[in-house]
Design a protein around this ligand. Structure first.
Ligand code: PFF
Length: 515
């Protein structure tokens, strides 16, 4: 190991230990995606057979791109736009693309946390009554047609304001005192809550039928490109990769830090949570089918928001001790969601802070306020649920796929920094990345993702989505993508406020590796 950091570089705040970093990274990864998204996606996409594309996606793209995110952030020590710019100037635009995309996700993700917070309270007296579906879309969300509604629903707006205030406060406290502390506290709590839920779920009558439904493979599904797209986008969303967020988290890691081993721990922990959530959710659904004396395949509402906010409440009402189970379930959703949304807001706030030379606190407050206002305006109205569903579909099936393709192609083929990044990782880590990594991120990932993107865009253009009107999809779906591209361009073109220390020198310098 040679030399210390060049004296010209300002000190950067760091996680106080590798455990701090790992807990924070697990906190970002484990979120609503694991509990609210994975079980339904797996069930709809071939059940047990889904594990095949899921594992393939994890090994061929998930972990390799997680390493790529870590390498860029750790080597170039900046939030995404600055780190990419230091790697190669024009790449700053990609950093902003990822950050604006994260921002889009944050504004609707917060709404789901707000619903979970409300349902945590509702669980105590099973407020949804006998008709959880009518309660969720009617009494609670007051869902209307796909339109641009300006009627605010106070029952959503109030917890949503609370979510933003807390998130803003945590980011304003900084990386170590804010983000790391929250994760150190919340992640163990989340693990406990989760284990308790799953243990209860698998002992319910009918649980085995639920697990059979989830794990019985429908091998035919493997021939369907949509299933593979679902697996890859689930992995990206779930591991928080290619969003610029892991770049930012890694930039706060100490210089001598075992990056790849931490990455393996994070990826393994995330998938374990995901599969555990699948088991918990389906065991519970098995119980519901048992109570209603039908088969799982006869149940409706096994995916997306409906699974957590309609089907689950129905089960909770039928279960002995349901109120407690419900409170723990929605409490776990809140904890998991919080530790993920703070990672997004940190990524956005740190990017703005670096570019415009703001104080950390100022940037946390400005960015938090902008997010909160947009989040309230779009997602606490009577058209919130439909807007959320549409934006989520485009952000996760189009936006993130574009981001990953552009990222891997730029690094490997355009700026050719992959060897430097691999050498960097291997220099600081114990788990060594072999040359196969170039093939994975340079060829396999972009080719597969390119094909998937083509398929997805074609389907969205020809078949639309969920039968929503075309103009609506243009505004909220394609509009979200246009916003990300436009926002990225504008932010890239704006001048750097304090000059981004032109003399930055990455560490270690890797002279030996170049020989
Ligand atoms: N990984 C989070 C989840 O599974 O819910 C969601 C997420 C967090 C996505 C951070 C993107 C991100 F940058």
């Amino acid at each position: 190991m040679s030399g210390a950091a060049p004296a010209t570089q300002a000190r950067r705040e760091t996680w106080s230990s590798s455990t701090g970093f790992i807990l924070a990274a697990v906190g970002s990864a484990v979120g609503l995606g694991n509990i609210w998204r994975f079980p339904g996606v797996a069930y709809e996409s071939g059940g047990g057979a889904f594990l095949v594309p899921y594992l393939v996606a994890l090994l061929t793209a998930g972990i390799p791109i997680l390493f790529l995110d870590y390498a860029i952030g750790h080597r170039y020590r900046g939030a995404a736009p600055l780190a990419y710019r230091r790697m190669a100037r024009p790449a700053e635009a990609l950093g902003w693309f990822q950050i604006v995309l994260s921002f889009v996700i944050a504004v609707y993700y917060a709404a789901v946390i707000a619903w979970s917070l409300s349902y945590f309270v509702f669980a105590f007296d099973l407020r949804w009554g006998d008709d959880p579906a009518g309660f969720f879309t009617g009494e609670y969300l007051r869902v209307g047609a796909p339109e641009v509604s300006t009627t605010i629903v106070p029952a959503v707006a109030i917890p949503l304001v609370l979510v933003w205030v807390v998130v803003m406060a945590i980011i304003a406290l900084g990386v170590t005192r804010g983000v790391q502390r929250v994760n150190v506290l919340f992640i163990p709590l989340l693990v406990l809550a989760f284990v308790a839920l799953v243990a209860r779920a698998v002992t319910l009558p009918g649980a085995a039928d639920g697990l059979n439904a989830l794990f019985t493979p429908d091998w035919g599904a493997l021939a369907d490109p949509a299933v593979w797209i679902a697996a890859y986008s689930q992995i990206f969303f779930s591991l928080s990769i290619a969003f610029g967020i892991m770049v930012t988290y890694a930039s706060y890691q100490r210089r001598k830090a075992n990056m790849t081993s931490a990455g393996l721990v994070v990826a393994f922990a995330n998938s374990s949570f995901e599969i555990l959530a699948g088991i918990g959710v389906f065991a519970t659904l098995g119980f519901l089918a048992h109570q209603q004396a039908t088969g799982i395949d006869q149940l409706e509402g096994l995916s997306g928001p409906i699974l957590s906010f309609v089907t689950f409440p129905a089960v909770i009402s039928e279960m002995p001790g349901g109120a407690l189970f419900g409170a723990v379930f929605f409490g776990a959703l809140v904890l998991a969601g919080f530790t993920s949304i703070i990672s997004i807001l940190l990524g956005v706030a740190a990017s703005v802070q670096e570019k415009f030379g703001l104080a950390q606190r100022t940037s946390a407050i400005v960015v938090g306020l902008v997010c909160a206002v947009i989040s309230l305006a779009l997602f606490s109205t009577t058209s919130g649920l439909i807007a959320l569903d549409t934006v989520d579909q485009w952000a996760n099936n189009v936006g993130i796929v574009v981001s990953a393709i552009v990222m891997t192609v730029l690094v490997v083929w355009v700026f050719r920094t992959a060897p430097v990044l691999r050498a960097h990782l291997n220099r600081v880590s114990t788990f060594q990345v072999g040359r196969y990594w170039y093939a994975l991120i340079g060829v396999l990932a972009p080719v597969l993702l390119g094909y998937m993107l083509y398929e997805r865009v074609r389907t969205l253009l020809t078949e639309g989505y969920e039968g929503y009107p075309g103009w609506y999809l243009t505004v909220f779906g394609w509009g979200a993508i246009a916003l990300v591209v436009g926002g990225a361009l504008v932010l890239t073109l704006l001048p750097w406020r304090r000059g981004e220390d032109e003399d930055f020198r990455p560490w270690p310098e890797l002279e030996e590796e170049r020989r």
